[in-house]
Write a protein that binds this ligand. Structure first.
Ligand code: HEC
Length: 210
């Protein structure tokens, strides 16, 4: 295909992507019980859900799952299993960075509407990014199973237990790299309370979208 035609086709694709992004940005969710509690409505969480919030904090979850979306937006290796059909370990962010840098759809690329005056520095691959994945947000998490980047955990109990034991043991070929050092073990009796708390993180859409 001639370069000009190629560019025209790519622009169609880019414009479709931008339309979908604009629609997604218009979606709003209703206030969850945690939002209401955080804004001062102290009876918005039940006593059990408050116990769950305390267990969530005690188990160290908020080191990575915090803020309005309960994520730090950063990458960590939890040594969760691959979801690849050939069972090879997934390098995660360390493969993603070269892919991103080579992409013509970057914020600094010619198709962007938001080319920054001072572009952010390029991300670099550091050893802790081997096998690392982005911390998922936890709004509505109880309804989005299966869990983990490979979709290998069928419920909240198993994925929380995988956090407690820092994922798969050394020597497993289903994962790679070292577990994140901020991943602390915790008292397993906290798990039911943590699940009660996660169940309260509902994600109900405002309908119809404004
Ligand atoms: C060191 C940072 C860190 C800590 C601490 C942490 N998480 Fe995570 N969590 C992650 C990352 C990163 C993933 C995704 C890992 C992957 O898929 O390889 C994840 C995945 C999850 C998931 C699966 C969500 C999905 O959509 O697949 C749940 C649920 C979860 N965490 C809850 C918790 C709870 C509860 C705690 C406390 C016991 C906790 N996390 C502590 C970083 C962390």
């Amino acid at each position: 295909m001639a370069p000009a035609d190629q560019d025209a086709v790519t622009r169609v694709l880019v414009n479709m992507g931008k339309s979908i992004a604009a629609f997604l940005r218009s979606l709003r969710v209703t206030e969850s019980p945690l939002d209401a509690y955080a804004s001062g409505q102290l009876d918005a969480l039940t006593a059990q859900q408050k116990d769950g919030l305390l267990a969530f904090l005690t188990a160290g979850c908020a080191q990575c799952h915090y803020g309005p979306r309960l994520t730090d937006g950063s990458f960590h290796n939890l040594r969760f299993p691959t979801g690849r059909q050939d069972h090879t370990a997934d390098p995660g962010r360390s493969d993603g960075i070269p892919f991103l840098l080579a992409s013509e759809f970057r914020q600094t690329g010619k198709y962007s509407d938001a080319i920054p005056a001072t572009p952010p520095p390029d991300p670099i691959v550091t050893p802790n990014l081997f096998g690392a994945f982005k911390t998922p947000d936890l709004r509505g998490v109880a309804f989005t199973l299966p869990f983990g980047h490979g979709g290998t955990y069928g419920g909240l109990t198993s994925v929380i237990e995988a956090h407690r034991t820092a994922g798969l043991p050394t020597g497993s070929t289903l994962t790679m790299g070292d577990a994140e050092r901020f991943l602390v073990s915790f008292d397993p009796t906290l798990e039911p309370a943590i699940i009660t708390f996660l169940d309260a993180l509902r994600l109900d859409m405002v309908n119809p979208p404004p």
